[in-house]
Ligand binder design. Structure first.
Ligand code: AMP
Ligand code: MG
Length: 268
């Protein structure tokens, strides 16, 4: 983990994404990274089983990133380490229907994992300080207060047993161009293309600024933000798997003990 320690945002620090190389790969090569990821995924499967058996706490994984950064890819490649029974993935789109009638945390809180579960958010409450900031859907004090509210919300989740870990997938503008181009050219990727992505791409600078602010203000000891250099998909997957493994190992879980005297129980 020491090669990626600096990618965990220190609480209260200023973030400048431009100073981080999206090509960074910590001296790893693709083959080694893929092999280590495979091992980490096996470890994750075991750790998740313990989490489920223990039924005491939950893990919430938040994924954010600009369009094409690889949120879906991480879910496909890394979250497959988890047993579907006990892992719930929730994508957050533009709020609609009942969601609009409530505060911005309403839909998010409802989607938080139960005890024993891993919850994965594909986008999250952070959209409410990202896209909302960029498009000025909310501004002034109401927007500014949201950062503290989010920190308080995550504090409460942690206090009540839900551990929060957040990943920002960081790709370069050139890499995004390449990936959008692929979506246009590859018939199997056409479905992912949306004209809206081009409009958002034109707001690159505004998005980076909004991410800088959100990552800086909302990385806390209990709910840290990790910046994942994501131009290389194999490094992205390696880093997410490694951080998740280390996080779950940090729980120091034990298999629950039965109160039965097993020496007296017979399987007939
Ligand atoms: P995708 O993840 O590509 O399916 O796109 C989902 C879209 O929903 C993105 O453009 C997000 O910015 C947008 N979205 C998600 N949450 C919110 C929100 N709270 N307010 C406005 N737009 C949102
Ligand atoms: Mg999209």
């Amino acid at each position: 983990m020491k090669e990626i320690k600096h990618l965990c945002v220190k609480p209260g620090s200023e973030v400048d994404l431009e100073s981080i190389d999206p090509e960074f790969c910590g001296g790893l090569d693709k083959e080694t990274a893929r092999a280590q990821t495979a091992e980490d995924l096996q470890a994750l499967e075991h750790l998740q089983q313990q989490l489920y058996a223990e039924d005491k706490r939950a893990l919430l994984v938040v994924l954010q990133g600009i369009d094409t950064a690889g949120k879906d890819g991480v879910i496909r490649k890394v979250m497959t380490g988890f047993n579907p029974q006990g892992c719930v993935v929730t994508p957050f789109k533009k709020p609609a229907g009942e969601e609009v009638e409530h505060d911005y945390l309403w839909r998010v809180h409802k989607a938080c994992p139960r005890r024993g579960e891993v919850g994965v958010f594909n986008r999250s409450h952070y959209e409410d300080v990202l896209v909302v900031r960029v498009h000025e859907l909310v501004h002034g004090k109401r927007l500014e207060r949201r950062y503290d509210t989010i920190n308080g919300f995550e504090r409460m989740l942690t206090d009540e047993g839900t551990h929060v870990v957040k990943f920002f997938l960081w790709i370069s503008q050139d890499e995004q161009k390449k990936r959008l181009q692929e979506r246009l050219e590859d018939p199997e990727k056409n479905w992912k293309f949306s004209e809206a992505d081009l409009k958002e791409r034109a707001l690159w600078k505004e998005y980076i600024e909004a991410f800088n602010i959100a990552l800086g203000r909302c990385s806390t000891e209990h709910a840290p933000w990790w910046i994942v250099p994501a131009n290389r998909k194999w490094f992205r997957d390696w880093m997410v798997a490694r951080v998740l493994r280390t996080t779950l190992e940090g729980f120091k879980m034990e298999w629950p003990r039965t109160t039965l005297d097993l020496t007296k129980v017979k399987v007939k």
